[in-house]
Design a protein around this ligand. Structure first.
Ligand code: PSV
Ligand code: MN
Ligand code: MN
Length: 388
């Protein structure tokens, strides 16, 4: 039997980080559909993110993307976030939107371009120092499009060199989180294409380097929960970029495409001790909302993660262990499926009510009139776009 009060206590301690870019205009390469009231500044993105925390109670931090969220004074931005009831979280380094990075950033064959990329990564550590952020997230668009285009092995050497330089620049309480992605924008080779490559680099870099699993960055059919279990066992899982993947890197709402996969991932997190704050796993969303309203989509995403987590916490560990040890294949599977098939929505509504929150965050936010207010207030100025 699972202790429901322990499940509730664990759920109260949950913390999901929101991406600042989810609140900005975004789109596909075919069209960006603007929405009224979309933030014009990093401050307005943080204010919108604070709404998600207000109604869910479990989204207390906001990840920045530099230079998308460039401001003159980052300490002031962090203070602004605190006033809004949230804090600045991970700093995501963007070394993919400058013409100089056409052939790569830290793996570029041109040493001058590599130095420019490294300077940006150092500047991001400066942002962390100013905001008090602990994590630097590194995703490189680096790779090649054609066989022979560049020396694949030399690119690994350049990558290792840059990562070491970043590691040496980190403060004692800071981490570097290395994200992998199967393909895109490079289509022939990608310099960090999979968890094995990221893991191998992080292993050499030491304790301050860990791997980020972006759930959208795998080939169809990849068993992501196995990767999670493996990395956790090695204490090399630094965090998640959660989103849904129907086809490739869709960046749609987590839990939309495959809620069962999300449950299986969260089960391995719980099983491997990754839910314990001491393990330091950063649970982040990395999503864009191109056709749906952004703040409610973030609320829905947070709730989807919360529901999957509640189900994972409900797994009867004793019964599962007994079934596994006795080789009861169907019994073990049934224990897991019982938890997955539990409707946890009443439990979560009860939890919110006990904490003085509205039991239905989606409805409460819709009633608040916030979307109408920002549509009226935020006229004029240039809307901050995803990538702008
Ligand atoms: C790359 O596809 C990625 O997942 C990285 O995390 C980037 O920083 C992010 O998307 C931008 O949306
Ligand atoms: Mn990502
Ligand atoms: Mn991605």
């Amino acid at each position: 039997m699972t202790d429901l009060s322990a499940v509730k206590a664990a759920l109260r301690g949950q913390s999901i980080e929101l991406p600042s870019w989810a609140f900005a205009n975004s789109g596909t390469r075919f069209k960006v559909f603007g929405q009224p009231g979309v933030p014009r500044t990093p401050q307005e993105k943080i204010a919108d993110a604070a709404q998600v925390h207000r109604y869910t109670g479990i989204a207390p931090s906001v990840a920045l993307h530099i230079p998308w969220d460039t401001v003159d004074d980052y300490a002031e931005l962090a203070a602004y976030a605190r006033e809004q009831g949230v804090r600045v979280g991970t700093v995501n380094a963007n070394v993919f939107q400058d013409d100089d990075f056409k052939l790569g950033s830290v793996t570029n064959p041109d040493p001058g371009v590599r130095a420019k990329a490294l300077d940006h990564l150092f500047a991001c550590i400066g942002v962390m120092d100013a905001t008090g952020s602990a994590d630097l997230k590194l995703w490189f668009a680096d790779g090649t499009n054609y066989p022979g285009q560049d020396d694949v092995r030399a690119r690994q050497d350049r990558l290792a060199e840059a990562l070491e330089a970043v590691r040496d620049r980190l403060g004692p309480d800071q981490r570097m989180l290395l994200e992998y992605k199967l393909f895109e924008p490079a289509f022939y080779t990608t310099d960090v294409p999979d968890w094995g490559t990221a893991y191998a680099h992080c292993l050499k870099l030491g304790d301050q380097a860990q791997v980020v699993v972006d759930t959208g960055h795998h080939a169809p059919g990849t068993n992501i929960e196995f990767i999670v279990a493996f990395l956790l066992r090695e204490h090399k899982l630094g965090g998640f970029d959660f989103n849904s993947r129907f086809y490739a890197d869709d960046d749609l709402m987590v839990g939309a495409a495959d809620p069962f996969q999300l449950f299986r991932i969260m089960y391995e997190v719980v099983r491997g001790g990754g839910y314990d704050p001491a393990e330091g796993i950063a649970f982040m969303l990395d999503q864009c909302h191109n056709i749906e309203a952004k703040i409610p989509a973030q609320i829905r995403s947070v709730l989807n993660v919360q529901e999957a987590t509640a189900k994972a916490l409900l797994v009867d560990a004793g019964a599962l262990d007994a079934a596994q040890r006795s080789g009861d294949v169907l019994g073990a599977n049934a224990v897991l499926m019982d938890a997955y098939n539990t409707d946890v929505r009443p439990l979560l509504a009860e939890l919110r009510e006990e904490d003085g929150r509205d039991p239905d965050p989606m409805a409460a936010f819709a009633r608040s009139g916030y979307l109408e207010a920002i549509a009226a207030e935020r006229v004029g100025g240039r809307q901050a776009g995803w990538g702008a």
